[in-house]
Design a protein around this ligand. Structure first.
Ligand SMILES: Cc1cc2nc3c(=O)[nH]c(=O)nc-3n(C[C@H](O)[C@H](O)[C@H](O)COP(=O)(O)OP(=O)(O)OC[C@H]3O[C@@H](n4cnc5c(N)ncnc54)[C@H](O)[C@@H]3O)c2cc1C
Length: 219
């Protein structure tokens, strides 16, 4: 048995001072990230890790996709491990060995459950749509019954979860601080470009205010 085998599986061993078990921190990172990876053992016994969107409401994580998707059919019957990451910067050290990145990441364990009722699905889809861009749910056409049927929605409680966060500059070997080599950080962030109207947009349909607000907040 490895030394860590008797620890809870979400307990960080490597660089534990970067770990944060506060579910509020976990929630903030889930809200700040667009894509998560859902890892599951598939029906053939292989591990797979599939990228997908996620949304959070309180202490519940929602996943959604095609009802025909292997991921969603499998994940509703199995334990999964879900991770999401924001990369906040490059960390350039004096030595190659100490190069790193600044990040906020989360890892969650749990057993997702399929939401079957229309109200529950709609609530989750609203959360997805509003997370993509606030204001969109009320503006866009609402899901039709057959669209809801074609959409699998999974919910998972966020309880067995860890955040790991790296901030700050390079940490070099003491003697390397004497080297004439540039070191520092390069901040990274996702920015929004200029919105591009759809080719088939009807004449006279103006860009909604919330699209410009979104772009302005991220340019
Ligand atoms: C963008 C990014 C780049 C990284 N690059 C590297 C790299 O190049 N090399 C490297 O060694 N490490 C890197 N890490 C750190 C890496 O994610 C692991 O934390 C580290 O490799 C230790 O893994 P482990 O399985 O030995 O951790 P352990 O501490 O044994 O993991 C135990 C448990 O801690 C939790 N945990 C572990 N890592 C994370 C995490 N990142 N976020 C949230 N929970 C976590 C999980 O619940 C896990 O089951 C990177 C992290 C990020 C976010």
């Amino acid at each position: 048995m490895s030394p860590a085998a008797d620890k809870p599986r979400h307990r960080v061993s490597r660089v534990p001072d970067r770990a944060d078990y506060d579910l509020e921190t976990v929630g903030e990172i889930l809200d700040a990230t667009t894509v998560c990876h859902v890892a599951v053992i598939d029906d053939r016994g292989f591990p797979v890790s599939i990228p997908t969107l996620h949304a959070r409401v309180g202490s519940t994580l929602f996943l959604h996709g095609s009802s025909a998707s292997r991921l969603f059919r499998t994940a509703a019957r199995r334990e999964v491990c879900i991770s999401a990451t924001a990369v906040d910067g490059l960390v350039l050290a004096r030595s190659v060995f100490h190069h790193s990145v600044n990040y906020r990441s989360v890892v969650l364990f749990g057993s997702p459950e399929a939401i079957e009722d229309e109200d529950g699905k709609n609530e989750a889809l609203r959360a997805f749509t509003e997370k993509l861009i606030p204001g969109r749910w009320e503006d866009a056409r609402q899901p039709a019954p057959q669209e809801l049927k074609a959409t699998a929605v999974l919910r998972m409680p966020i309880d067995e979860a860890t955040a790991k966060v790296r901030t700050g500059g390079a940490v070099d070997e003491p003697e390397d601080y004497e080297l004439p080599i540039w070191a520092g950080t390069v901040p990274l962030r996702t920015v929004a470009g200029e919105p591009i109207p759809d080719d088939r947009l009807l004449d006279g349909v103006a860009e909604p205010g919330y699209v410009g607000e979104y772009r302005d907040a991220r340019s």
